[in-house]
Design a protein around this ligand. Structure first.
Ligand code: NAD
Length: 638
């Protein structure tokens, strides 16, 4: 076999390269890797004479097509793989994981590669409930809304791979594997953090309640599964790979601490990580029964696998110590290093640091990252250009000057984080007045809980009216990310016809004026949320409905909208729901044209919607309405 392994200088790719060389010493092995902060040529040095190493980016067509010369089999590991980092540097994740995969497929087809294997992850399926026995199988649909950009980009890459298969019928397979452990793993991932911290007598951080579950598999078992898929896997098929070894992070931390011979008080609970899905577990029946795979280390020898890994990190400190100093650079167009991402060992989290890297800092990972990043389009770069202006604007605001030092510090720290910069930019645009009242200060910032499916920020201001009466006013900014919530139009149906659109009039914080808006701005749309909306509508309209029944008649999906005027990159899902009020006893409900100055729910007769459109400047509302108008909804004539 003449095999090209992308990402072979990373954790799993290098383990696979060693495995393949040992099992198939006669094969010609090439490794293509751009040596990002996560790639390490030192890992391959001992076998560098037996393989061909090509330093290059999978997005670079020239390098890819050169590397593919004479190759019949391509195993694609190369990826940006760390969930925490994807929050700070989304464009690189998209560029490598999605575009890079497509480039490889296209070039592989041109080069006549006969076998393409895509390495994927179980994270594409989303999270499973914590206290359940459910497991992912090949039939589990991919999560419609993966929780983080790593998972989202891998899912997108897999879709591209399957589309490519459908179009070309090239011999393609995919494997979605669970959480790997073993030697050569970058010390930012959980198992190496625990081990390396113990070696240095630093407390072991355990995120959240420590109950999050992952299915742990040794990289050697992962490699043997890939080998079998390459030998016997059917084209166009997906295989799930896992060791039936689902364990909580708390269990893993304790187990490693015990095997290491340390005291359990070395474990320290710290706040949760971003996008820490609750549980992943794999049902590997298909690869076991159809291909005859059997993990060698598996669940039974998990202790041995962990002991061997601990031993490896103890004995190979020269390998991992330099990596602790590595910083992944984020560049602006003048190629001045302006921000970097590094690891905080105490919290086990990735830090985004705004500023230049000192000369003495290890810059090993820099050269490759520099060439790789598309600086023109870079997410952070745009923030950098605007940052100074935004901060100056912010500091000129009276409400900001009156806010506590603690709040000011928090706002500024949100400003240097790309995923929350838009929020600060939005704050900086706030005037000192709200519809004639004075905004005194920002009193509280509340962070949305990702576990409810959305990440966002609530801001609470102290406001004073002309009579010097004080009150609190708040608003919510939607966060960046795939789970950006839902907004909806509520339509009212009576006796088979859609007759009204329900709108809400309220004091809108962004403009400080009373405006029409959509009643719904929701973290997600599910049965209980919908039921709540229908009941609230009934209550707000003061409707007395026979049998107490306002009925949810229809849910219409209107796609996603981008962007929000609040935080950057928000893409809420738009829906219209139809509520049947046919059983309503009193037909004389409020009409929009009569209650101009009121706040609260206002019903607009469908035939008068053009009046509303002229008065409304809510982007969600207008987009949702336009999209609705383009669909032929039964009983609705806009
Ligand atoms: P890693 O971060 O350790 O290694 C990734 C490698 O890819 C690095 O050597 C890096 O230099 C290289 N790379 C990144 N961008 C590149 C680019 N644009 N061009 C060329 N090379 C590039 O990751 P890993 O943990 O070894 O994961 C490897 C693969 O396995 C990934 O596709 C990942 O999604 C998948 N996977 C990982 C796990 C896990 O537990 N780590 C589980 C399931 C699947």
């Amino acid at each position: 076999m003449n095999i090209l392994i992308t990402g072979g200088a990373g954790f799993i790719g290098s383990n696979f390269t060693y495995y393949w060389l040992e099992k198939h010493p006669k094969d010609k092995i090439k490794v293509l890797d751009s040596l990002t902060y996560a790639g390490n040529f030192e890992t391959l040095r001992p076998i560098s004479k037996k393989i061909e190493f090509i330093e290059g980016d999978i997005n670079n067509r020239k390098i890819v097509s050169e590397s593919l010369k004479g190759v019949d089999t391509l195993v694609h590991f190369a990826a940006e793989s760390h969930v925490d980092r994807s929050v700070f540097d989304p464009s690189t994740y998209w560029q490598t994981n999605v575009h890079g995969t497509l480039t490889l497929l296209e070039e592989a087809e041109k080069a006549g590669v006969t076998r393409f294997h895509q390495i994927s992850t179980d994270e594409v399926y989303g999270e499973l409930p914590l206290d359940s026995d459910l497991k992912f199988t090949e039939k589990t649909p991919y999560s419609p809304r993966p929780d983080n950009l790593y998972a989202l980009s891998k899912a997108e890459a897999d879709r591209i791979v399957m589309d490519f298969y459908e179009k070309t019928k090239m011999y393609i397979t995919i494997s979605n594997c669970s959480n790997n452990y073993g030697p050569f793993q970058f010390p930012e991932k959980f198992a190496p953090i625990v081990i390396c911290n113990l070696i240095d007598n630093i407390k072991v951080p355990l995120h959240g309640d420590g109950r999050n579950v992952r299915d742990w598999i040794h990289t050697r078992d992962h490699s043997s599964a890939i080998e079998l898929i390459l030998e016997k896997g059917k084209k166009g098929e997906t295989y799930l790979v896992g060791s039936n070894n689902d364990r909580s992070n708390g269990y893993i931390a304790k187990k490693i601490v015990n095997l290491y011979g340390a005291n359990e008080n070395m474990i320290r609970n710290v706040s949760d990580r971003h996008s820490n899905d609750r549980r992943y577990a794999i049902d590997a029946t298909k690869i076991i029964e159809e291909l005859g795979w059997k993990p060698k280390i598996g669940r039974d020898d998990f202790n041995e696998g962990l002991k061997e890994t601990i031993k490896w990190y103890r004995e190979n400190q020269d390998w991992w110590r330099p990596l602790l100093k590595r910083k992944a650079m984020i560049m602006d167009s003048s190629k001045t290093i302006s921000a970097y991402i590094s690891l905080d060992r105490e919290s086990g989290k990735t830090k985004f640091v705004f500023g230049k890297v000192e000369k003495n800092d290890d810059s090993k990972g820099v050269a490759s990252s520099v060439g790789k990043i598309d600086t023109e389009k870079h997410f952070v770069e745009q923030n950098l250009i605007r940052y100074e202006i935004v901060i100056r604007n912010l500091e000129s605001k009276k409400w900001y000057q009156n806010s506590s030092e603690k709040i000011k510090k928090e706002i500024k720290s949100l400003g240097i984080n790309p995923s929350t910069f838009g929020y600060v930019e939005d704050l900086a645009g706030r005037e000192d007045h709200l519809d004639g009242d004075t905004i005194l200060s920002l009193e509280k910032i509340e962070h949305g809980d990702p576990k409810y499916g959305i990440y966002g920020i609530g801001s609470w201001f102290e406001v004073e009216n002309t009579k010097k009466e004080k009150r609190m006013e708040g608003y919510y900014s939607w966060g960046w990310g795939p789970k950006s919530g839902a907004k909806l139009l509520v339509l009212i149906k009576r006796r088979g016809e859609i007759t009204h659109l329900a709108t809400q009039r309220e004091l809108k914080f962004p403009t400080g004026a009373i405006e029409y808006t959509l009643p719904g701005g929701l973290p997600t749309l599910n049965e209980s949320v919908l039921d709540f909306i229908v009941r609230s509508l009934q209550k707000d309209l003061n409707l007395s409905v026979a049998n107490n029944d306002a009925v949810l008649d229809q849910i219409i999906s209107l796609g996603r909208l981008n962007p929000d005027s609040g935080m950057t990159n928000n893409k809420p899902n738009l829906y219209a729901i139809v509520v049947d009020l046919s059983n309503e006893l009193y037909t004389d409900v409020k009409k929009g044209d009569k209650f101009e100055e009121d706040e609260g729910i206002v019903l607009w007769p469908i035939e008068k919607l053009s009046d509303l459109i002229n008065k409304c400047d809510d982007a969600y509302f207008l987009s949702a309405l336009t999209r609705l108008n383009l669909m032929e909804i039964k009983g609705l004539k806009l």
